[in-house]
Design a protein around this ligand. Structure first.
Ligand SMILES: NC(=O)c1ccc[n+]([C@@H]2O[C@H](COP(=O)([O-])OP(=O)(O)OC[C@H]3O[C@@H](n4cnc5c(N)ncnc54)[C@H](OP(=O)(O)O)[C@@H]3O)[C@@H](O)[C@H]2O)c1
Length: 319
């Protein structure tokens, strides 16, 4: 089968398209024919081993898993004898930020991993684009208690996490102010933002408004800079550790000192996210933003684009 492989850490230049052996599923695994997968920021971190501590998970000197890809949408080709939840022919989608090797014609995955059947009227492309960003967005929201009408600012609303966060916040009834670039203002308003700040023209941290929550989904701000726009009792969450990895430290001591807090949620429960997103797709309450689609042989090009940090929503490999 064809797969996008990399045998060393590096830029998109280390990616090659190779013929490799089709994986053989164990008794507890599914063999999936992949139809679509995203190239996302988690894939980029695994490709480059940046931040460096990634290597403790992905392999100290070289990648333990040579095929890239962390999410997928496809069809079950074969279900191992110990898999009870899925059967041959099921349309399924799923996610594992430890790496799935989904940038390939086939992949295997444990039947107990974060997988679900794709709702009937949802395409493989839509399904694949609904997971990674939405999983992290959901893990911002499910670690706090957002009430209808509360004011939430989302920085980086045009990214995969941001565009999902705006939609999930809309469901919770929050009053959303989104920060994005000029070209995406209309798109982000259509997802449910009440107010859109164009970061190319205005510094949101100088806003006169005060927010209950600031979600920096692209990690471009700091707690220090956002403190003035947080209400007393307000909470700051970033998708990044911060310039000196301070967000983890802040999350430990701000609950005890001061009136404004930092949370650093660990996005561990992937199955809960996938099942929640499936429900929203079924109810027509979530629609992923798709920027570009590439074929498998253009995987390196897709990574190059995603690594610019300028994608809007999600970038897909379609097989
Ligand atoms: N903690 C975790 O487990 C975890 C997991 C996945 C990702 N991440 C991190 O989360 C971040 C977001 O991921 P993502 O996939 O959502 O990113 P993404 O889709 O690559 O974000 C790109 C978007 O961010 C916008 N952007 C760039 N600079 C900005 C700025 N200064 N202010 C506001 N918006 C800006 C870009 O707009 P322009 O087109 O104008 O540049 C673009 O639309 C990444 O930094 C990633 O490393 C963390």
């Amino acid at each position: 089968m064809k797969a996008a492989v990399h045998y060393q850490y590096g830029s998109s230049d280390v990616i090659q398209i190779r013929d490799v052996d089709k994986p053989v599923p164990a008794d507890n695994e599914l063999l999936v024919r992949v139809h679509a997968a995203t190239v996302n920021r988690t894939d980029c971190a695994m490709l480059t081993a940046d931040p460096w501590f990634m290597r403790f998970l992905t392999g100290l000197t070289k990648p333990k898993k040579s095929i890239s890809g962390t999410d997928f949408a496809g069809v079950v080709e074969f279900a191992g004898k110990n898999v009870s939840k899925f059967k041959t022919g099921d349309r399924v989608f799923g996610f594992d930020d430890n790496g799935l090797g989904s940038h390939a014609e086939y992949m295997t995955i444990s039947g107990n991993n974060a997988i679900s059947v794709i709702p009937e009227d949802i395409s493989f492309e839509q399904a694949a684009a609904s997971i990674e960003g939405a999983h992290y967005a959901y893990n911002f929201l499910n670690k706090v208690n957002i009430k209808a009408g509360q004011k939430v600012l989302v920085n980086g609303a045009s990214g995969a996490i941001g565009s999902a966060a705006v939609q999930l916040l809309k469901i919770s009834g929050a009053d959303i102010t989104a920060v994005c670039n000029t070209k995406n203002k209309e798109l982000i308003s259509s997802l449910g933002a009440e107010k859109v700040i164009d970061y190319e023209k205005e510094d949101f941290t100088k806003s006169d408004e005060k927010f209950d929550f600031v979600f920096d989904t692209v990690g471009k701000s700091t707690f220090g800079k956002c403190k003035p726009i947080l209400k007393d009792g307000g909470i700051y969450i970033s998708s990044e550790l911060g310039p000196n990895a301070q967000n983890v430290f802040y999350s430990l001591f701000t609950p005890f000192f001061g009136k404004k807090k930092v949370k650093f949620p660990m996005p561990l429960n992937r199955l809960e996210s996938v099942l929640y997103i499936k429900k929203l797709l079924e109810e027509g309450k979530f629609s992923p933003v798709i920027d570009r689609e590439y074929t498998l042989d253009k995987t390196a090009e897709a990574f190059r684009y995603v690594m610019t940090g300028e994608k809007t929503g999600n970038v897909l490999i379609v097989l």
